[in-house]
Design a protein around this ligand. Structure first.
Ligand code: UFG
Length: 327
């Protein structure tokens, strides 16, 4: 297939682009480089820099749409920016796809569409009451995809990621890891301390209604997550919008992640407890039974130790493209 990967210079998009190439697809990475990095584009992919409002759709069979603003805390401070990029930008992309006759899309949705968990693990029919603009903007896209499927025959799959972690080593030996700049995510922030790049990590709240008081998340390995995109693409049917959760069904608290990282790195990793970060729900744990049942997806690197070890190896590997701070 000829596939356009929007946001393919980012952490998850670049891993999926690499796996698509390994699967024999023709890949065009389309990214505005606002947070992505050109040196993360896999060898063998064509790269076009540009805005989601003008997507290069000529000759494309499908779009994998990763390009987005994706920081929960930032979305609380800048809601307009999140709605503009994530919702309005995607609405324009979908309209351009309709006009050009590109009929398949796999969309990066999120656990943040659910809000506070009312039942655990969270299934796809759980109420969607996002508590931050990031989740709200992604949920609105999920609704729009449903409308495009019904009205225009689009084949769409929304994958609702829980917390993505780890790194991917491609067949050519290249390592794709997580290195945002500035970094806000928990595991890379912890690893920066282990690597001597910062002195301590801040724990955002220890007064949540969870066993140790810190937030519980469901971590999924980026290689497993990426594989689900290839399955979703193969199973994209016309006039159908499907939604699947992607996690491991196991909750890990911030403290647990810290302790695993201490074991993996052999570093004491000092941590300071601070205030809660606005927009963070207490617990997000997925049921991924639906995608296991319908698309035969299975996690192969589902334990937290593996994810943290892979992330740590990538963090220190000379094969991982290094990133300069973005504007
Ligand atoms: N955390 C800290 N200290 C840090 C960074 C994070 O304590 O330095 C905490 C957060 O408060 C949260 C947990 O660690 O409880 C995980 O935070 P991340 O920033 O790593 O990830 P998020 O849960 O905020 O968000 C991620 C993705 C979103 C996605 C969401 C779904 O970035 O795109 O998972 O759960 F929507």
């Amino acid at each position: 297939m000829r596939v356009l990967v929007t946001g393919g210079a980012g952490y998850i998009g670049s891993v999926v682009a690499a796996q698509l190439l390994e699967g024999g697809n023709e890949v065009t990475v389309f990214d505005d480089l606002s947070t992505g990095h050109e040196d993360a584009v896999p060898y063998g992919a064509r790269f076009i820099r540009g805005s989601i409002e003008h997507p290069p759709l000529d000759g494309m069979d499908a779009v994998l749409h990763f390009a987005a603003k994706s920081l929960v805390g930032e979305s609380v401070r800048q809601p307009g920016r999140y709605w503009a990029h994530n919702f309005v930008g995607t609405a324009k992309l979908l309209e351009a796809m309709r006009v050009r006759g590109v009929r398949k899309i796999v969309f990066s949705s999120t656990a943040a569409t659910y809000g506070e968990a009312e039942r655990l693990p969270i299934q796809e029919d759980h109420p969607t009451r996002p508590i931050n603009p990031y989740g709200a903007s992604k949920l609105a896209v999920d609704h729009l995809l449903g409308a495009h499927a019904e009205l225009h025959g689009l084949g769409a799959v929304s994958l609702r990621y829980f917390n993505v972690a780890g790194a991917y080593t491609a067949r050519d030996g290249r390592v794709y890891g997580e290195r945002h700049a500035p970094e806000t995510h928990l595991i890379p922030n912890i690893l920066k301390v282990a690597a001597g790049e910062s002195e301590s990590v801040r724990v955002f709240g220890a007064d949540f209604p969870t066993p140790d008081g810190t937030c519980v998340r469901d971590y999924i390995h980026v290689a497993d997550l990426a594989r689900a995109h290839l399955l979703a693409l193969e199973n994209c049917s016309p006039a159908t919008h499907k939604i699947y959760n992607l996690g491991n069904g196991a909750g890990s608290s911030v403290m647990k992640v810290l302790n695993v990282a201490r074991e993996v790195t052999g570093h004491p990793i000092p941590a300071l407890v601070g205030n809660r970060r606005p927009g963070d729900p207490a617990v997000l744990v997925a049921s991924s039974e639906k995608i296991q049942r319908e698309l035969a997806w299975k996690a192969e690197r589902g334990d937290l130790e593996t994810m943290v070890s892979d992330a740590w190896a990538a963090f220190r590997s000379p094969e991982t493209p290094q990133v300069a701070p973005s504007a």
